[in-house]
Design a protein around this ligand. Sequence first.
Ligand code: NDP
Length: 465
Amino acid sequence: MPSFRADAFVFFGATGDLARGKIFPALAALAHSGQLDVPIVGVARSPMSIDEFRSRARSSLEAKGPVDENAWQALCRQLRYIDGDYRDPNTFAKLRKEIGDASHPLHYLAIPPSMFETVLEGLAKAGGTDGARVIVEKPFGRDLESARELNRTLHAHFPESSVFRIDHYLGKEAVQNLLYFRFANSFVEPLWNRTHIDSVQITMAEAFGVRGRGAFYDGVGTIRDVVQNHLLQVVSLLAMDAPIGSDAESMRSEKLRLFRAMRPLDPAQVVRGQFRGYRDEPGVAADSKVETFVALRLQIDTWRWAGVPFYIRAGKCLPVTATEVFVDLKTPPMSVFDPVSKARSNYFRFQLSPEVIVSIGARAKKPGEGMLGEDVELVATCCPENGGRSAYERLIGDALRGDSSLFTRDDTVEAAWRVVDPALRDDRPVLPYDPGSWGPAAAAKVVADGEPWHDPYPREQPASK
Ligand code: NDP
């Protein structure tokens, strides 16, 4: 399909949590930079006037800090609101009227997944899918079968080229830098294989719990919430081969090859945990078996990666809030000088949050007569995580222009579910762990040969719930 600019932006779920926290700030920034000079129409159930809707939008910007008045004015000029139930065809008739003669609207489904089909059908019946694009929020299905079903539903109304499955992780600067750093530096590629890399660890730690979203979280768990999507995407950027070009399809095809080479998880190599106190959270079942922590070992069956374990650890109520990739290089074949510290001498470390850091671990000689060394770290880049545009601003801007590079394709999303599906069917009990710890003790056994998990920096942060 030829690339065109969307001429209206419609977001379903306009009164929801995601709209408040992410979408309004992104829209204000896009409107301010002239990238959203089209009607912006919010659609939700709550009855309210346009002034009340504007005031919600304003409060969501204020919650992020001082409001840029130019950005606010630019957003305000375009903002419209339609109230109505998605099950009522009249809601879509009103929407059709509101967007007037727009022929290429971009529809954003920022709504509970149970409503996806209803909204798609409502749009289709009102003629709102012709020439349009759709952004679909995560979670994209609950398992492989439901993801396939959702793809079938989407394809009944939109060609794949018009479907933009959002994974906001792919819009993050630090995540894009994984790919950039690998393929923009000639010294990386010769090392980036099973000959030189011992293992790869990815830790996504949150020092807080479910933050009042217990009812949502209890229907999802850590594997569905962050592993199937964000963390497997990170693995794909770390492990894929160089794409033949920088266009969206070359990127996405290379990624798909990598996803297809990931071995479905072996439940024996997955440890699921649940923090003590989780079952007392509002909205959480008193006998919940849902994991708030997971540690797992992933294998990638390619010539580049055969035998190199990719370890993933993610969870809530851990000691810090940070996401970090640690690529452990093999030790030198023999020790000529001092005994080489096996634990942390040669590595690449990519911190994705709270800061964006790329660093390389090495040994250097200590000043003095003896040939004795110490571990040093060469910090390649370091900046705050939110130094540039927000991920949502970037991704909505891309979808408006029709650039799908950073969105997940149907075949890739299904391939990712195929990898995690066996772990979702694991009915062994979750292992309890204390808030503020690094999960259940059994997580240590996921890593081979007694190697340690590499805890992300900063090692200590005040816990917040
Ligand atoms: P909320 O429950 O906060 O909001 C749901 C929205 O949908 C509200 O605007 C609600 O309108 C509207 N809605 C629901 N049912 C109907 C209906 N029958 N007719 C009309 N409007 C309806 O959800 P979130 O904003 O938290 O999440 C939205 C999507 O984004 C979900 O898919 C979620 O998984 C995803 N997501 C959310 C994140 C977050 O931070 N919240 C993060 C990542 C993804 P009203 O309130 O007026 O009834």
